[in-house]
Design a protein around this ligand. Structure first.
Ligand code: ATP
Ligand code: MG
Length: 283
C-alpha cells in the first residue's frame, strides 16, 4: 500500500485531488479525515501542511508526495522528484518599492529583504556576491516594505497583481516552480510496481490536458493544406465521404490553438467542424 502526502488545504489541494481523480484514484477530501484510503487503487492520502510534505517523504512516513518545487528547494530535502505536474506554477522573485531606481542585483547590497524562503534567497545572494540582511517572516511578506520591516521582499509571484497592489515592482526572478510528484529514495519492489502504474497514468493525463479533438468535412483538394495546419500525433486521420470529392478529417490539437486553426481550416473550405474534449490520450 502506497501513502501519498497531499496539502490539506491551500493552493495545491484541489488540483492534487483532481489529478488523482482523473487517473482513476478516488480519495475522500481532507475535511473528513487526516488519512483516507482509496477504494480504487492501493494508496492512501495523508493530508498535511505543504511545509511538512518534503520531510515526511524523506523520512518515509509517506512514500510519495505532491508539493511545490519551491518547498523542496527551501527544505533541501533528499527525495526523488518523479515528475512535474503542470499546476501550481509560480516563481520566487525579488521585488522593490516601485519608485526606486533599480540598476541590477547590486541594489540589494546593505538592504533588508523580507521572505519566507530564506535558504533559496541566501543561496541566490551568495551566488551574486550580495551582502543583504534576510528578515524571515512567515506570512504577508508583501506588506513588509510599507510597514518598515524591510526594504524589499523575496516572495512567490504568479500574476504579479499582489505586488502591484502593494506598490512593489518585480526586479529579479530567482526560482521557477510548479507542483511535482516526489518519492522517498528507498522504494520496495512492490511499491515500485504501483508507482510505475501511477506514473503511466499521470503521463497520459498530462499529455491529454488542454487537448481538443477536431472532426470536419473537407474538399479533397484542400487535404495537403489541412495536413500542414494539423500536424496531429502522427498525421491526421482521413476518411472518404460517400459522395463527392470530399473527405472527413480527424485530428487532436492544443486547445490554445483552437480558434486560430479553425479560422485557417474554414479558409481552405472545411465545413461542419466538430470540436470535442479529449478524456485520455495513451501514447
Ligand atoms: P500550508 O497551510 O499548507 O502551509 P501555504 O499557505 O504555505 O499552505 P499555499 O499558499 O497554499 O501555501 O501555497 C502552496 C504552494 O502553491 C506554494 O508553495 C507554491 O508552490 C504554490 N503557489 C503559491 N502561490 C501560488 C500562486 N499565486 N500561484 C500558483 N501557485 C502558487
Ligand atoms: Mg506552507
Amino acid at each position: 500500500m502506497l501513502r501519498i502526502a497531499i496539502q490539506s488545504k491551500g493552493r495545491l489541494n484541489e488540483e492534487s485531488l483532481s489529478l488523482l481523480q482523473n487517473i482513476g484514484i478516488e480519495v475522500d477530501a481532507p475535511k473528513r479525515k487526516l488519512l483516507s484510503k482509496s477504494q480504487t487503487f492501493p494508496i492512501e492520502a495523508l493530508y498535511l501542511r505543504d511545509d511538512d510534505i518534503p520531510n515526511v517523504v524523506q523520512g518515509g512516513t509517506a512514500t510519495l508526495g505532491i508539493v511545490g518545487l519551491n518547498e523542496i528547494e527551501e527544505c533541501g530535502s533528499d527525495v526523488n522528484v518523479l515528475c512535474r505536474l503542470g499546476f501550481g506554477t509560480c516563481r520566487l522573485s525579488l521585488a522593490i518599492p516601485k519608485g526606486e531606481d533599480y540598476d541590477g542585483p547590486a541594489w540589494f547590497n546593505g538592504r533588508r529583504i523580507a521572505t519566507s524562503y530564506p535558504n533559496i534567497l541566501r543561496k541566490y545572494l551568495e551566488s551574486k556576491n550580495i551582502d543583504a540582511k534576510v528578515e524571515v517572516i512567515t506570512g504577508s511578506v508583501e506588506i513588509a516594505p510599507a510597514v518598515g520591516i524591510a526594504d524589499a521582499i523575496f516572495d512567490i509571484v504568479s500574476s504579479g497583481s499582489t505586488l502591484i497592489a502593494n506598490g512593489l515592482r518585480e526586479v529579479e526572478t530567482v526560482f521557477e516552480s510548479e507542483a511535482v510528484l516526489i518519492a522517498n529514495k528507498h522504494i520496495s519492489p512492490e511499491d515500485q510496481v504501483l508507482i510505475d502504474d501511477l506514473l503511466f497514468r499521470i503521463d497520459s493525463e498530462t499529455v491529454s490536458r488542454g487537448k481538443k479533438y477536431l472532426m470536419m468535412n473537407l474538399p479533397n483538394a484542400s487535404l495537403d493544406e489541412a495536413i500542414k495546419i494539423l500536424p496531429a500525433m502522427r498525421s491526421p486521420t482521413v476518411m472518404p465521404l460517400a459522395t463527392g470529392d470530399w473527405c472527413s478529417l480527424h485530428s487532436v490539437i492544443d486547445a490554445a490553438d483552437l480558434w486560430t486553426k479553425v479560422r485557417q481550416l474554414k479558409a481552405i473550405g472545411a465545413e461542419g467542424i466538430l470540436v470535442m474534449d479529449v478524456d485520455k490520450i495513451i501514447l
